[in-house]
Design a protein around this ligand. Structure first.
Ligand SMILES: Cc1ncc(COP(=O)(O)O)c(C=O)c1O
Length: 357
């Protein structure tokens, strides 16, 4: 039985074209600025995002961290959505290693921050408080494409208050597709952007940071201090260029598969999916077993027996992510696996079906 791995789009493997590009890549020492493949990828990425310069980094976490280090000093405050990766899943590195104060704002983990969230949380001119320097946006945020107007309003509010803005655009191409917008437009006016090649775009390693030349100069220094100066990194950059050229145009398939999965699972007993949150390649499944002992992890373990891997992200919450390599047939098999797993759990726990709320 083949395994269907929906834990994340990071599980994607490099394509044949990527492997070929890696084999043929021209390389040099990138710390000396002499790797032509990296230099070209940085310049091309900057142009794609409408910024002056780019910096190739090992990961999304490193891209976010060097950006924050370049915008802020120790004791500075960063406003960030409470559901954002920077706040939830980067070990609070900006605080523990960078000395910044991360202030989670916004209504809920699934909601993007608004201009009023920003304006209501700026602390300045008060000796008791840190000085707010930066606002971090994320798009997609937990798979939700943040509308252009929301982003524009935050950027304008931040700029009017003299704050810098950073976008964690790990999946910015998914956002662009869902919003039917050019990526450049989605990050217009934002001071720095980080985006990933190694998620839905299937490259094995790598993220890009873009911004103005002065910012990228600082970020390059920060990357070196963190040990992120790679040498013949053109081997990686070559695969990332293929990701940009060949993989952004196929994301629609992932979005369609996610939608089909969401609609299929929503029909099952004891499960619920808020379809309004399924806009790109992520599906959030809520478990509603009447027996308190039965948690999301119970279902994750049971469905694994059917050869399907998904992640429990909370006591009652499961995440499934579609990506390159997942077919329409895999989605049918996944929906069937959820149905079987629920039936088995119910049977074992002797729960009566039909008690669904
Ligand atoms: C929104 C977002 N930002 C940043 C990252 C970090 O990327 P990496 O795992 O490459 O450090 C992730 C990883 O999944 C992510 O989902």
């Amino acid at each position: 039985m083949s395994v269907i791995d929906l834990r994340s789009d990071t599980v994607t493997r490099p394509t044949a074209a990527m492997k070929e590009a890696i084999a043929k890549a021209e390389v040099g020492d990138d710390v000396f600025g002499e790797d032509p493949t990296v230099n070209e990828l940085e310049a091309y990425s900057a142009q794609l995002m409408g910024k002056e310069a780019g910096l190739f980094v090992a990961s999304g976490t490193m891209g976010n961290f060097v950006s924050l280090l370049s915008h802020c000093g120790r004791g500075d405050e960063v406003l960030v959505a409470r559901g954002a990766h920077i706040f939830q899943y980067e070990q609070g590195g900006a605080s523990s290693l960078g000395g910044m104060v991360l202030n989670p704002i916004g209504q809920s983990k699934m909601q993007a921050i608004t201009a009023s969230d920003v304006l209501n949380n700026i602390s300045a001119c008060d000796v008791h408080k840190p000085i707010t320097r930066l606002v971090c946006l994320e798009n997609t945020l937990n798979g939700i494409a943040v509308p252009l107007e929301t982003t524009d309003a935050v950027v304008e509010a931040a700029r009017n208050q003299g704050l810098k803005t950073h976008m964690d655009g790990a999946r910015i191409f998914n956002a662009a597709l869902a919003l039917k917008s050019d990526v450049k437009r989605l990050v217009e006016g934002i001071d720095s952007v980080q985006f990933c090649f190694s998620k839905g775009l299937s490259a094995p390693v790598g993220s890009m940071v873009v911004g103005d030349k002065e910012f990228i100069h600082k970020a390059r220094r920060a990357r070196k201090a963190l040990g992120g100066g790679m040498r013949q990194a053109g081997l990686l950059a070559a695969a990332c260029r293929v990701a940009l050229d060949q993989m952004t145009g196929r994301l629609e398939e992932d979005h369609e598969n996610a939608r089909k999965l969401a609609e299929g699972v929503k029909e099952l007993d004891f499960l619920n999916v808020d379809l309004s949150n399924c806009q790109t390649n992520m599906v959030w499944i809520e478990t509603r077993f009447p027996d308190e002992k039965l948690k999301a992890q119970t279902l994750v373990d049971e469905i694994k027996e059917q050869g399907v891997l998904v992640l429990a992200t909370g006591p009652d919450k499961i995440r499934a992510v579609t990506h390159y390599g997942i077919t329409d047939g895999d989605i049918d098999r996944t929906i069937a696996a959820f149905a079987t797993a629920v039936a088995k759990i119910v049977e074992k726990a002797d729960i009566q079906t039909g008690s669904r709320s």
